[in-house]
Design a protein around this ligand. Structure first.
Ligand code: FAD
Length: 259
């Protein structure tokens, strides 16, 4: 890409938000380019854990102008969603440039200079659609430097292989924490879930009961059922809000996993 290039709009990120923005710009005949750091659209979704299934039904998970095909289950798998994103790019012929890591966006007097590894691009407007997964937050926990086990963020987790028989602490029981914890427990890891507040045990038909640290809702049912299935293999640990308390727990158990 040459420095001479200039667009009315540059969209940074080819995930669902960037692609939806691009489709709407195209519909309005506004010239633009989507810059994606990965090798294809949906890079985040291509690299999340294998077993990930959307928690939002497919009717709530579409981008503007295109439904999922009838053959896709009500809760699409990660692979279904990636295929959907790739198809979306094809159907709407979106102008996506892959392998373009945006390193800076700076005002230049008349608009913006978007800096990439391959050169600079001028833009009148920039849409940042880089998502949250590309900037995972690992809280600093006192005592972590003394912990000798492996510490990883949930965005690095792929599959349970290698964790059988190991003691794992999952910190945080949102959708990813709940799913990863239950998957590991079902695989034979000894899992402790650290929950900041007490967790509710609720009825979730057709399964008998479920527990989750998040608000019970219809969209959470899938993750909730998975947690339910492994309830007898999971140990829950309610942490006060203090990180110090998590650190003491880590020192006792010598395993920690952040989510
Ligand atoms: C485990 C998990 C499960 C989820 N399940 C659901 C669900 O069921 N339903 C739901 O609605 N939401 C779900 N979400 C939330 C989900 O992240 C968002 O719905 C959706 O992916 C956000 O889209 P996005 O385009 O904003 O971000 P992303 O999907 O993260 O896309 C951002 C894109 O920007 C690119 N990028 C980042 N930085 C740069 C850069 N500097 N230069 C160029 N490109 C860059 C990335 O490679 C990526 O392709 C889930 C999230 C996680 C982590």
């Amino acid at each position: 890409m040459s420095t001479a290039e200039r667009y009315p709009v540059v969209v940074v990120g080819g995930g669902p938000a960037g692609l939806a923005t691009s489709a709407e710009l195209r519909r309005r005949h506004i010239e633009h380019v989507v810059l994606e750091r990965g090798e294809s659209a949906g890079h985040t979704w291509m690299n999340l854990y294998d077993s990930l299934t959307l928690h939002t039904g497919k009717h709530l998970s579409t981008l503007p102008g295109m439904s999922f095909s009838r053959s896709v289950p009500f809760f699409p798998s990660r692979r279904d969603f990636v295929a959907y994103l790739h198809r979306y790019v094809e159907v709407f012929e979106l102008p996506i440039e892959t392998g373009q890591l945006v390193t800076a966006v700076e005002p230049n007097g008349t608009g913006w200079t978007v800096r990439t590894d391959a050169g600079d691009i001028g833009a009148n407007a920039v849409v940042m659609a880089t998502g949250i997964v590309s900037a995972p937050r690992m809280p600093s926990i006192p005592g972590r430097e003394r912990f000798r086990g492996r510490v990883m963020h949930s965005v690095e987790y792929r599959r349970p292989a290698g964790f059988q028989g190991r003691r794992v602490l999952v910190v945080g029981v949102g959708n990813s924490g709940g799913e990863i914890g239950s998957e590991l427990a079902n695989f034979g890891a000894h899992v402790t879930m650290a929950v900041r507040r007490s967790s509710d045990i609720i009825t979730a038909p057709p399964a008998p009961a479920t527990t989750t640290g998040t608000q019970p809702c219809r969209n959470g049912m899938l993750a909730a059922r998975q947690i339910t299935a492994s309830l007898n293999r999971l140990m829950f640990y309610s942490t006060p809000s203090s990180r110090q308390s998590i650190a003491s727990h880590m020192q006792c158990r010598h395993r920690m996993w952040t989510s």
